[in-house]
Design a protein around this ligand. Structure first.
Ligand code: KIV
Length: 284
């Protein structure tokens, strides 16, 4: 089989032009990144969702860039071919243009990312634009923006009224005009996502935003049954790895308890003469 080519912006835009759906998934560690790479997924996002998916927080707000960096690096090692996005965590771009450029630059220089993502519309447009001007590709993120969940009234669908939807449509255009190479729409009604997609000249990637977008993203732990707290409506469980692992753990506990594990295949031996010599040395 031919070696997989590294995904580039040109590759993503080719897919857009040819009307081929773009595939994207979140990922947070080396072995899973290896599988994602082998599956040929176009884009990996090391999302700040790792705070909830991996670290067990109730929101993404406690996540820092220092927490994310080793995971970003592990994912890059596991997936040399996918387009890798570092998700800018809370308060790494809100305070100022300068903090935004520094944080984005760190994902590129230390994490070997291909791009960064930040949440928000026209209120963060100067930061998105400045990062783009620094030579770093930026993905925007509209709709439910979890870092602002408190202000948005919780983790719920955004853009259900015409006025709210108009804001999101205008924000998407503003992000595109600021130079964002792509925009992610989270939990936006399908027909609003369709309008945004029809007007866009950059790839629109959706999560819980219907079928009319240019590509889909899901959170890894949700789609493999590894989220112990809940299963969001927008998720399809593609394989229940959580159940497989739970069954394996129960079997392991049972086999250790009943002394069925380990078996000779699972341990290491020593020659009789060596053990006899040891016993002699120990005076046994
Ligand atoms: O942090 C994240 O994983 C996200 C998802 C909505 C894709 O932004």
């Amino acid at each position: 089989m031919a070696e997989r080519q590294k995904v580039t912006l040109a590759h993503l835009y080719d897919k857009l032009r040819q009307g081929q759906p773009i595939t994207m998934i979140t990922c947070y560690d080396y072995p899973m990144a290896d599988l994602v790479d082998k599956a040929g997924i176009d884009i990996i996002l090391v999302g700040d969702s790792l705070g909830m998916a991996v670290l067990g927080f109730d929101s993404t707000l406690p996540v820092t860039q220092d927490m994310m960096m080793p995971l970003v690096q592990a994912v890059r090692r596991g997936s040399p071919h996918s387009w890798l996005i570092g998700d800018m965590p809370y308060m790494t771009y809100q305070p100022s243009v300068e903090t935004a450029i520094r944080c984005a630059g760190r994902f590129m220089a230390e994490g070997a990312c291909d791009a960064v993502k930040l949440e928000g519309g026209r209120e963060i447009i100067d930061r998105a634009q400045a990062i783009v001007k620094s030579g770093i590709p930026v993905m925007g993120h509209l709709g439910l923006t979890p870092q602002s969940a408190s202000a948005l009234g919780g983790f719920k669908v955004q853009g259900k009224s015409a006025a709210q939807a108009k804001r999101i449509v205008d924000d998407a255009k503003a992000l595109e005009e600021a130079g964002c190479y792509s925009v992610l729409l989270e939990m936006v009604p399908d027909r609003i996502a369709e309008i945004i997609t029809q007007r866009a000249t950059v790839p629109i990637i959706g999560i819980g935003s219907g079928p009319h977008v240019h590509g889909q993203v899901l959170i890894f732990h949700d789609m493999f049954g590894l989220n112990p707290k809940f299963k969001p409506k927008m998720v399809k469980v593609f394989a229940n790895a959580g159940q497989v692992i739970l069954d394996g753990l129960k079997q392991y506990a049972a086999e250790v308890t009943s002394r069925q594990f380990p078996q000779p295949d699972n341990w290491f031996t020593i020659k009789d003469e060596e053990i006899n010599e040891l016993k002699r040395m120990l005076g046994e």
